[in-house]
Design a protein around this ligand. Structure first.
Ligand code: MC0
Length: 152
């Protein structure tokens, strides 16, 4: 048995809400909606083949650790991807939330030690060179949760 985990502050902190991921069927239409309705602009767009998404990051605000908070719009690129499955089951809507950290592997280890299933202990490639880890929604009150370490 390892040492019992200390308080949450004992591992590299989750310092901000990095993004809210929203599943959509038509990325361009969704971007147009958020631009026209809320005035949010796209800061970054890319295709992530591993995750099976075409995505856009719309910047909402800066944060006091020098990071930012985004809406992430996600359109599936293939039928067997997590976002395609989600759309089929739930329709369009909030797919996940993501917390920012300066050390994603250590943060994931810390959360995992508290009983939350870590879906990919080895961080994967996320938006704009970031490194990401997903945590099981069933261990997070039904919310798929991501930890993200930005490239800069
Ligand atoms: C599935 N479930 C969810 C969910 N996806 N609950 C809340 N939020 C979600 N997004 C629930 C289902 O309703 C179901 O519950 C149960 O989890 C099993 O789901 P499933 O669809 O049968 O499929 P599984 O178990 O094969 O996969 C679910 C799992 C998977 C969350 C493990 O989707 C996964 O590994 N996701 C992480 C990767 C990912 O989502 N990538 C896309 C975003 P019931 O009660 O019906 O059994 S990529 C991204 O966001 C990147 C680009 C980035 O941020 O940079």
């Amino acid at each position: 048995m390892g040492e019992a985990p200390g308080p949450a502050s004992a591992f590299p902190g989750l310092t901000r809400l990095d993004h809210v991921g929203i599943a959509c069927r038509d990325l361009d239409a969704s971007i147009a909606f958020y631009r026209q309705t809320y005035g949010f602009e796209v800061e970054h767009e890319e295709v992530n083949e591993e995750q099976g998404v075409r995505e856009a990051m719309l910047r909402i605000n800066g944060t006091d650790d020098g990071g930012a908070t985004y809406l992430q719009l996600l359109e599936p690129t293939r039928d067997d991807s997590p976002v395609a499955k989600f759309l089929e089951r739930h329709g369009e809507g909030v797919h996940h939330i993501a917390f920012g950290t300066s050390d994603v592997a250590r943060s994931a280890e810390g959360v995992g030690a508290r009983g939350v299933r870590v879906l990919n202990p080895e961080p994967r490639a996320g938006t704009a060179g970031s490194r990401i880890v997903f945590l099981h929604p069933k261990d997070n009150g039904g919310v798929l949760t991501e930890l993200v370490q930005t490239a800069h």
